[in-house]
Design a protein around this ligand. Structure first.
Ligand code: HEM
Ligand SMILES: *[C@@H]1O[C@H](CO)[C@@H](O)[C@H](O)[C@H]1NC(C)=O
Ligand SMILES: CC(=O)N[C@H]1CO[C@H](CO)[C@@H](O)[C@@H]1O
Length: 326
């Protein structure tokens, strides 16, 4: 008798879970019945793309971040506009490498071939962002699914919604908390700068015109400053970019935090995480304990993936990630 009741309760919980899906809840098993192999399909596309170029990793990870911070994680960043006024056309996107877009578009095509009209581009991007972290040696984690694709993509909505490299701790905290992300989430997510590149103009001020009394930012390690000046002479070709992690640029690891402790944070927004007393202890912890960093990063990515999501009947399931369904 007890067993029967237990079975009944289990069944009820499962059914409630299924019913709840439609009404605005993300769930790890959202596609269990409608597209059970979606994660394997995305992973396949991502690893093929990765075998062609390492840029797949930083490009896809940053794309996810930019998508989530503007209109929420709804694939709005992927829309291509013939007028050049979509989200991806904003000034801040210039550096969104094409390989990230390509990865998601191809993964979605592969998913469409098996489960047409079922899986959102926003979810494909979220899965791909996890997969690139794993491919670079970072932590794995379960991705919540069930996002719907958004119906708005405008360059004008980007301004003010993305953090800038010269931000101080107050500005950083305020833009992350606006997105329901804690100080720890912010510190952990900044660890994404353990891979990828930055163009010289994003930090040149720290090398040449920091302040009238000190042209070089005094929080920069002097040797690192010299190295950056060699890589980024004044008026350098604007397409030149440097590794954001000068020590292990191709590995997703906690060396980013060791760099901050050593004065080798590329942006002000990186270095302030160490120089500010409120965040310093976490930076030191992540620098010396890769397990703590990995766990915090995984948690923070799940939290990032919840930002401004559309669920249930909101938005749509785009067929082509670069265009709204007609
Ligand atoms: C904390 C505030 C942040 C600021 C101010 C910031 C700013 C920037 C800037 C200016 C670049 C260089 C772009 C270029 O010139 O090419 C960059 C690159 C990058 N950012 Fe951030 N970012 C922040 C947080 C994040 C977060 C949360 C993630 C992801 C979880 C992320 C992932 C990346 C990646 C992977 C790159 C390298 C892109 C590539 O090589 O294609 N960033 N970021
Ligand atoms: C932050 O969380 C609140 C409460 O759960 C929610 O109403 C709000 O939409 C969230 N904001 C974002 C940007 O996700
Ligand atoms: C990758 C990408 O779409 N870049 C675009 C960003 O926006 C500028 C205009 O501000 C376009 O010229 C780029 O093609």
């Amino acid at each position: 008798m007890e067993e029967v009741i237990r079975l009944y309760v289990t069944l009820l919980v499962v059914l409630m879970g299924l019913a709840g899906r439609g009404e605005g809840q993300l769930a790890e098993n959202f596609y269990a019945f409608t597209c059970p192999n979606v994660e394997a399909i995305v992973r396949q596309t991502v690893s093929t793309k990765f075998s062609q170029t390492f840029t797949t990793i930083p490009a896809t990870l940053r794309l996810f971040f930019h998508d989530c911070f503007v209109e929420g994680c709804d694939a709005s960043v992927l829309i291509a506009s013939p007028n050049g006024d979509a989200e991806k056309d904003a000034k801040d996107n210039l550096s969104l490498a094409g390989d990230g877009f390509d990865t998601v578009i191809k993964a979605k095509q592969a998913v469409e071939a098996v489960c047409p009209g079922v899986v959102s581009c926003a979810d494909v991007l979220a899965i791909a962002a996890r997969d690139v972290v794993v491919l670079a040696g970072g932590p794995s984690f379960n991705v919540e699914l069930g996002r719907r694709d958004g119906l708005i993509s405008q360059a004008s909505r980007v301004d003010g919604n993305l953090p800038q490299p010269e931000f101080n701790i107050g500005q950083l905290t305020s833009i992350f908390s606006k997105n329901n992300l804690s100080l720890i989430d912010m510190i952990a997510l900044s660890g994404a700068h353990t891979v990828g590149f930055s163009h010289c103009n994003r930090f040149a001020k720290r090398l040449y015109s920091f302040s009238p009394s000190s042209p070089v930012d005094p929080s920069l390690d002097p040797n690192y400053a010299t190295q950056l000046m060699a890589e980024c002479p004044q008026n350098v070709d604007p397409t030149i970019a440097v590794n954001m992690d000068p020590v292990t640029p191709n590995k997703f690891d906690n060396v980013y935090y060791q760099n901050l402790v050593a004065g080798k944070g590329l942006f002000t927004s990186d270095e302030v995480l160490f120089t500010n007393p409120a965040s310093q202890s976490t930076v030191k912890d992540f620098a010396s304990n890769p397990f703590n960093f990995n766990a915090a990063f995984a948690t923070a990515m799940v939290n990032l993936g919840r930002v401004g999501v559309k669920t249930g009947a909101q938005g749509q399931i785009r067929r082509d990630c670069t265009a709204f369904n007609s």
